[in-house]
Ligand binder design. Structure first.
Ligand code: GTP
Ligand code: MG
Ligand code: NA
Length: 453
């Protein structure tokens, strides 16, 4: 039987904000990980990182608060700020208990800041505003990892003046959006007035404050809506990757419920639903637990919220960004198989009904949706006739080749952040189907335009 404490799950915090405000960098600083190799320095999929309660408390020690953290840890979900990723911002937020809205102090409110703000209000989600990049204020003196008031004490008068000027401007911009906000240490009306924490994701000023506020928000959320387990598993696939010694594995974020080693799961695959059995459940090595061998820790059962690496057979064709379902003893497996395909079917239903248009291919369902949005936008307006996920293969070239007879300029594949197999490349050359590859959407379109002009 579960004790009260066992019933509490880790809350989930969503990173939201306009492009390049520093969402990913803040997470890197907080968790000590580094997200390497983001194409063009832009986040293009949801990411998840876990921070244990002990780690959080260590990082807030300097603030000498007596706040206790009664949850196992915090799970952070990173979302992209790029304008065409409204789908992932909305989905990321849908998984979360609260959020951090990141604003660049040098830029103030930007279009996606406002979009995020509206999403947050629509979903009635509590949030903290991180006013990031304070180190960009002219003459800022770096105070590594310092609580923000301590860092402020070290700054020259001009810096403080510029800070206040920009802060007030941003508070006014929020007011124009109908939102009251105030520096968190001056905020006397929590709940009515939203707290602002100045931060720097490079040298860590204000990060202890940000974490402490998250702890306080956790306690408050727990009191208000008791973040306990619900039996129903809610789980999303974040990544498909080959791991040495394990073959193809998937990274998932478990939002609710629990998963067991040996449990049966159903995931969405390119060629249809995939039913398989969990052979092993791994989590990344927790920092400082040196008694564990290797880079991962094995578990028999994992409870939400966590990011998990799942080892199982037949995961090669899993579509990133779709839901994972656990098969319970009383479940109808056929119904679950239909359910897992819903996400893909809804995207498929959005391609041009005439079937006339270019063929697009991306690595995840989320980026495929974003690419569709981008190509539909007024500045682009390029019809899409077919879609694919994962590496470009011969069958994709065949499908794109259908356009050769109808509209030759559409006999092209726009491949976003995916490989092209050698056979596909050869066939494309033979058939004269053009393939454009890039990590960045608008580069794909630029290449296409240069080709048809
Ligand atoms: P998207 O995911 O593309 O929306 O961007 P993001 O919000 O995750 O921003 P990201 O973390 O990629 O940071 C964007 C750029 O700003 C990078 O070059 C960072 O190094 C830089 N940056 C982020 N935070 C800070 C900061 O506090 N100070 C300074 N000087 N640069 C920062
Ligand atoms: Mg990012
Ligand atoms: Na970025």
């Amino acid at each position: 039987k579960l004790s009260e404490e066992d019933k509490v799950r880790s809350p989930i915090c969503c990173m939201m904000g306009h492009i390049d405000t520093g969402k990913t960098k803040l997470l890197d600083y907080i968790t000590g990980n580094v997200q390497e190799g983001e194409a063009g320095g832009t986040t293009q999929k949801m990411g998840a990182t876990y921070l244990s309660a002990r780690n959080i408390l260590e990082k807030t020690m300097e603030l000498k608060s007596d706040t206790k953290l009664k949850v196992p840890g915090l799970l952070f979900i990173d979302t992209p700020g790029y304008e065409f990723y409204t789908n992932l911002r909305s989905r990321g937020l849908g998984l979360c208990d609260f959020a951090i809205l990141v604003v660049d102090i040098m830029h103030g409110l930007e279009p996606q800041t406002i979009e995020c703000l509206n999403l947050l209000r629509m979903k009635n989600t509590e949030f903290i505003i991180a006013l990031n990049k304070v180190d960009r204020l002219y003459g800022w003196r770096i105070c590594e990892n310092a609580p923000i008031l301590e860092a402020m004490k070290q700054q020259a008068k001009d810096v403080i003046n510029e800070f206040n000027m920009r802060l007030n401007e941003i508070i006014n911009q929020f007011k124009e959006q109908g939102l009251n906000s105030e520096l968190y240490y001056k905020n006397k009306k929590m709940g009515e007035t939203f707290s602002i924490v100045p931060t720097c994701a490079i040298s860590g000023e204000g990060i202890p404050d940000l974490l402490l506020l998250l702890v306080q928000l956790t306690q408050k959320t727990m009191v208000e809506k008791l973040i306990t387990y619900v039996d129903k598993v809610q789980c999303t696939v974040l990544e498909v990757k080959v791991m040495e010694g394990y073959g193809t594995t998937i990274d998932v974020v478990l939002v609710n419920g629990e998963v067991h080693e040996g449990g049966q799961i159903v995931v969405c695959g390119l060629q249809g639903p995939i039913v398989t059995t969990i052979r092993a459940l791994l989590t990344p090595h927790p920092i400082k637990e040196l008694h564990v061998n290797g880079n991962h820790v094995h578990h028999e059962v994992i409870k939400a919220a966590e990011c998990i690496n799942i080892i199982a057979k037949d995961l090669e064709h899993v579509i990133v960004g779709t839901a994972l379902h656990v098969v319970g003893p009383d479940d109808d497996i056929e119904a679950i198989k239909e359910l897992v395909m819903e996400d893909v079917n809804s995207v498929l239903s959005r391609i041009d009904k005439s079937g006339e248009g270019v063929y697009i291919q991306a690595s995840t369902l989320g980026s495929l949706e974003a690419l569709l949005e981008f190509l539909k936008s007024p500045a682009v307006k390029l019809p899409v006739g077919g879609i694919g996920i994962g590496p470009v293969q011969k069958k994709d070239v065949m499908k794109a080749g259908v356009m050769l007879e109808r509209k030759k300029e559409f006999a092209t594949i726009l491949a976003l952040d995916v490989e092209v197999t050698t056979e596909a490349r050869e066939l494309a050359d033979e058939m004269e189907v053009k393939i454009f590859c890039s990590d960045i959407m608008y580069h794909l379109f630029d290449q296409y335009q240069a080709y048809i002009c």
